[in-house]
Write a protein of this length. Structure first.
Length: 428
């Protein structure tokens, strides 16, 4: 029974999850969730896995079992989308994804009978939505967040559409992905089990590249070609769903199509908008002088940051839309719904910085959350020289102040010497 799960096994697994920057706040609810997803033995084994991708042979050494036994266990966990399996240079490697975006969502990306999805949905609701500790840790810690908003390309005028960078286009993510998988929207599926789901498209959660390949292989997503995925993207635009994807320029692994009532990212933006839980697009909605005050944009906005204001302070005069620019995500849903073109998407004065790739994002997030040492010194299984070189390479490209912070966190003379050498030879 989940509510009687022995705490020690799941506490150890929680400690392992919290080595990475996207962890999970310890609580009795979390132990119940983990007990639904992992057996006690599995929890104890997974708690000993490294942060970086690893092979069955490396897991076998950590677990002190044969490589064949380790591989069977790893395949069983990947088959339940608790691990991501991937082919690297002809060899299978595994990685434990974070809870979100990761194995929390994967558990509800298809209908399955091996776990109680209704109970799991109720536990998720309490742990993620009712209690604030996890959602605050996920979305409000540090400046670099896990996800960013894509502007809806169709609402950009010809002047601005020419200057949109490739990584800012959801269509570009689709067209360049090595694999594309479609699964159930975790957020709406969760609400469906509670009798609270909206009518927005359910089978529309988009995964790409290595994550998609693993989910497709293990029947948690169906493979689609770029054409079908773009058709789903257009359907999402027509249903006023905002696009929230992985906060990287290259190798985006997911794009969620979010409604205002079910989706965790939009709900977080509604609750904690002033703390900037989501990276915006590089555009912002502006109201033009021909606004008629019809109010269609108010209902369309996924984060509820538009209101109607009157021309005069006493409440008299013509009404027109007013947008809280500090909270606008720049998704473009409002502009799409304006029938008279009174809303336009304009470039932000200051561009939003997007990490280059997942390694860059992981370093920034870990640095800001005081966990960089966990990425570099993985005590479970040693890093390869190639992985260390990639990690240090990212660190050395950080601004000098952040590199100093990195050196202090790690307490590493080696990193300090690398930073000094970099500054001496290439300047600050």
């Amino acid at each position: 029974m989940a509510h009687r799960a022995p705490r020690s096994s799941y506490r150890n697994l929680t400690d392992r999850l919290n080595l990475f920057s996207q962890g999970a706040t310890p609580s009795e609810l979390l132990y119940q969730i983990l007990a639904l997803l992992f057996s006690r033995e599995e929890a104890e084994l997974v708690a000993r896995l490294p942060i970086k991708p690893f092979t069955a042979g490396q897991a076998a050494k950590s677990w002190k079992v044969s490589p064949k036994d380790a591989e069977r266990t790893l395949q069983r966990l990947a088959g339940r989308a608790l691990l991501v399996d991937m082919c690297v240079n002809g060899k299978t490697e595994y990685v434990l994804p974070p809870p979100m975006a990761g194995f929390f969502e994967f558990a509800l990306m298809r209908t399955r009978g091996d776990i109680d999805q209704t109970l799991l949905s109720e536990l998720y609701e309490q742990y993620i939505t009712v209690e604030e500790d996890f959602i605050r840790q996920l979305f409000l810690t540090g400046k670099t967040q896990l996800g960013r908003v894509f502007v809806q390309e169709a609402v950009l005028g010809a002047e601005h559409s020419l200057h949109v960078l490739d990584y800012e286009r959801a269509t570009e993510v689709i067209e360049t992905a090595s694999d594309i998988g479609i699964g159930l929207c975790y957020c709406r599926h969760k609400r469906q089990h509670q009798g609270r789901a909206c009518s927005a498209e359910m089978d529309i959660c988009m995964t790409f590249n290595t994550v998609a390949a693993s989910l497709i292989r293990n029947d948690y997503a169906r493979r689609v070609e770029a054409g079908e995925c773009k058709e789903l993207l257009h359907k999402a635009w027509e249903q006023n769903l905002a696009q929230f994807g992985e906060n990287v320029q290259n190798g985006v692994n997911f794009i969620c199509n979010c409604c205002s009532c079910c989706c965790e990212a939009m709900l977080a933006a509604q609750r904690f908008g002033h703390e900037h839980p989501v990276h915006t697009s590089n555009f912002i909605a502006r109201v033009e002088t021909n606004c008629s005050g019809c109010g269609r944009c108010l209902a369309a906005c996924p984060v509820r940051v538009i209101s109607l204001e009157t021309e005069r302070a006493d409440g008299s005069g013509r009404k027109r839309a007013w947008i809280d620019e500090e909270l606008c995500l720049g998704c473009g849903v409002c502009a799409r719904n304006c029938r008279i073109g009174a809303l336009s998407m304009q470039p932000r004065e200051k561009r939003v910085i997007t990490p280059v790739n997942s390694t860059h994002k992981a370093v920034l997030m870990a640095l800001e959350r005081g966990k960089l040492q966990n990425l570099i010194f993985d005590n479970q299984v040693l890093w390869s020289h190639r992985a260390l070189a990639a990690m240090f390479g990212v660190i050395l490209k950080l601004p000098p102040v952040k590199r100093i912070l990195a050196s202090e966190q790690i307490g590493s003379r080696y990193l300090g010497a690398l930073c000094e050498h970099f500054d001496a030879n290439y300047g600050s």
